[in-house]
Write a protein that binds this ligand. Structure first.
Ligand SMILES: C=C(O[C@@H]1C=C(C(=O)O)C=C[C@H]1O)C(=O)O
Length: 258
């Protein structure tokens, strides 16, 4: 691998920071000369096939949809129960949801919303892609999907909040994988995979430090950032996460959401 001056893409959310901070915040990581660009998932995913980035930490469904791309082993942004940041906020009881606004930044969670509303709740609502602004989304829709930093904020407690990680876990007993390091096999080499793993190992053993450094940048308190990292997000990609990913891929195909 050319270890100098390669580009990585990542999503602009707090949950990604433990996987990318090693490249900018440690001497060993900085020595590789990688730059990390933060881009919304729906804009980052199409830039992986042309090779704009050596790898992108981006929506798992982007890999399901593009089998010619590969993903780095051992690393993900996942959950094994409530994820806290991928939520559908509804003004009506779930069974009455007829119109849903979907965050245009998201790919995986848009797909997961459709699968869960249909298979878990027997609903086939109308969907509208919209910019992630809850008040605007709910002005004309029963419910709205938000992800990332906006999905983790506190909103009107009168709204029904469906945590998609929690619903997935109750249903399948498996973790859910939202994002992976995805790239072209010629660029996402075993050497780069090893660096991405090293970055993760540093991140998960420095969650408090990353929270302290990044919380305010993402509009969070240190306590909430720490709790999110240590109680909601899973950064491993072990056998159970891989099983969750495979099941999700099957459902994406079965629902024609490819
Ligand atoms: C858990 C999350 O996962 C995110 C969800 C994504 C998607 O829906 O496409 C993409 C990247 C992940 O960071 C979140 O940001 O809340």
């Amino acid at each position: 691998m050319n270890t100098f001056n390669f580009k990585l893409g990542s999503v602009p959310y707090l949950n990604a920071r433990p996987l990318t901070d090693w490249f900018s915040e440690t001497d060993e990581g900085r020595a590789l000369g990688a730059s990390v660009e933060f881009i919304l998932p729906s804009l980052l995913a199409p830039r992986l096939e042309p090779g704009d980035f050596a790898a992108g930490l981006v929506s798992a469904v982007a890999w399901v949809r593009r089998p010619q791309l590969t993903y780095a082993p051992g690393v993900s942004v996942a959950c094994d129960g409530p994820v806290r940041s991928v939520r559908v906020f509804s003004q009506v009881p779930v069974e009455k949801i007829k119109r849903v606004a979907l965050d245009t930044s998201s790919l995986t969670s848009v797909t997961l919303t459709k699968i869960l509303l249909e298979e878990r709740f027997g609903l086939t609502p109308e969907y509208t892609p919209m910019a992630p602004e809850l008040a605007t989304m709910l002005a004309d829709h029963d419910a709205a999907l938000l992800i990332g930093d906006k999905g983790y904020r506190d909103y009107d407690p009168g709204l029904v909040a469906l945590d998609l990680g929690e619903i997935w876990k109750d249903w399948t007993q498996l973790p859910f994988v939202f994002a992976l390091w995805i790239g072209r096999p010629d660029l996402l080499t075993p050497e780069l995979c090893a660096q991405l793993l090293k970055a993760k190992e540093w991140g998960v053993s420095h969650l408090e430090l990353v929270a302290a450094r990044r919380a305010s940048e993402h509009g969070e308190s240190l306590e909430r950032a720490s709790a999110y990292f240590s109680h909601a997000i899973v950064y491993d990609l072990g056998e159970r996460e891989e099983a969750g990913l495979r099941l999700f891929a099957e459902k994406v195909r079965a629902h024609g959401l490819i």
